[in-house]
Design a protein around this ligand. Structure first.
Ligand SMILES: *Cc1c(COP(=O)(O)O)cnc(C)c1O
Length: 429
């Protein structure tokens, strides 16, 4: 299968090229040229399949033509070797806990999948040489990518992150690793980091000297595997005899990679009725739904900081999926925007009344379902991070202690190794 650019002014490329390049030559984002469907029989029986079986069936439908199938199977099985439970929270609302991976963030799956795919393609094409992966992060991307790529041969990773914005646990997950991972602390915001990465991809001199690739959700190998979650959520709803209801999926959204993967999953046949793109105060998409105008803004710092994005990079993909029709987008996707106070209140109340501990990101999506779910619908929200990743914030909200899982605790014991620099591109170059 070929991949086209959302800017439509460059040729189509192979999966290999899309993964290695990250961004198209005309600065557009790669999209699969057609979206294949899975057969109805697959969905009838999906409740009997495991996470790995479902994910492989979906991956094979998307990527099967372009690589060795036993290799693809290994990659899927290794990437998805942890639990993604669907937990009942309240009424018809379920939490899809995406945080049981190595760094306790949902980005683990995309990052690990991409690392393995990039490793596969560079191994099979020696002319590619060493690949340098650049990634801008406000916290979770950096840790998931750095850990996903740690020790992968032929790949070096540079993580650019804003000084003093992430939580201590988040930062420790990519600043303490060493080996092929370099952490760069930028004196600026997340948007500055994202701009620096984009500038690097456009710099001819740099690209002549080094092979550069991205690991932000602009890379197809990172964002597409996130659709596995939603197929598995559907399977678990089927096991609980909930699939006679209309299914609504709410996704806490920043760069819109996760929700875009879910939207493509629906095009592949997954029976989801509608989606909610849940926002914190960075409400550019919510405003777009209201007005039809897309107006990027500088990001605002919130307690759900992985969603502090003022210009969601996957918006171009959402537009393309719906033929740039605001009307069609509004028919399938609704939105919401919540302040830190509303997020805190939701988190505290759900802990007290339901005994369920949300993290600030999941809380945004949960509240959206509480407000927007209609009779006859069942709602699933993506719980995208373990609450312990935002320990001090969450503890001050609930007035109780939050236990840190052992695998997160380990990162805190490592030694911080980081390069500090101003936000000018010449420094990074
Ligand atoms: C990255 C992230 C998000 C936002 O995901 P996008 O794919 O960028 O929309 C939400 N919650 C957490 C915890 C994250 O790390």
């Amino acid at each position: 299968m070929e991949y086209y650019s959302t800017n439509h002014s460059t040729r189509n490329v192979s999966l290999c090229e899309a993964v290695v390049k990250g961004l198209a030559a005309d600065r557009g984002l790669f999209m699969p040229e057609r979206i294949p469907s899975l057969p109805n029989a697959f969905f009838k029986n999906i409740g009997n399949l495991s996470l790995q079986e479902i994910s492989y069936a979906v991956a094979n439908t998307l990527f099967g033509e372009d690589m060795d199938s036993s290799e693809l199977k290994n990659i899927v099985y290794d990437t998805l070797n942890f639990e993604i439970p669907l937990v009942h929270v309240n009424g018809d609302i379920y939490s899809l806990e995406l945080f049981h991976g190595p760094t306790a963030a949902f980005k683990d799956v995309g990052a690990r999948f991409m690392a393995r795919l990039l490793g596969y393609f560079t191994r099979n094409d020696k002319s590619k040489g060493e690949v340098n992966v650049l990634v801008a992060t406000s916290g979770d991307t950096g840790s998931a990518v750095a850990n996903g790529f740690l020790g992968v041969e032929g790949v070096r990773v540079f993580v650019l992150y804003p000084e003093g914005k992430g939580s201590q646990i988040q930062d420790a997950q990519f600043t303490t690793l060493g080996q092929n991972i370099t952490a760069i602390e930028v004196n600026g915001t997340f948007d500055d980091c994202q701009r620096l990465v984009k500038s690097a991809f456009l710099d001819e001199e740099l690209n002549a000297k080094m092979k550069l690739s991205s690991a932000n959700s602009i890379n197809v190998a990172r964002f597409l595997p996130q659709m596995f979650y939603y197929f598995y959520a559907y399977a678990q709803l089927q096991q609980r005899n909930q699939t006679d209801k209309d299914i609504v999926v709410a996704v806490p959204s920043g760069n819109f990679g996760n929700i875009t993967a879910a939207l493509i999953g629906k095009r592949m046949g997954l029976p989801i009725k509608r989606f909610i793109a849940a926002n914190n105060r960075n409400d550019i998409f919510y405003q777009y739904l209201l007005t039809g105008k897309y107006e990027p803004k500088p990001s605002i710092a919130t307690i759900a900081n992985a969603m502090d994005v003022g210009d969601p990079s996957n918006f171009a993909r959402v537009l393309d999926l719906y033929g740039h029709s605001h009307k069609r987008i509004c028919q399938e996707i609704s939105g919401c925007t919540y302040t830190d106070e509303q997020i805190s209140e939701t988190l505290a109340r759900t802990y007290k009344e339901q005994g369920y501990l949300l993290d600030p990101h999941g809380a945004v999506a949960y509240r959206a379902l509480m407000e927007q779910l209609k009779p006859g619908e069942a709602g699933v929200f993506a719980e995208t991070a373990h609450p312990a990743k935002f320990k001090s914030t969450v503890e001050s909200i609930i007035g109780d202690t939050v236990a840190v899982p052992e695998r997160l605790e380990k990162f805190m014991q490592g030694e911080k190794q980081t390069v500090n620099m101003p936000s000018g591109f010449t420094w990074v170059k």
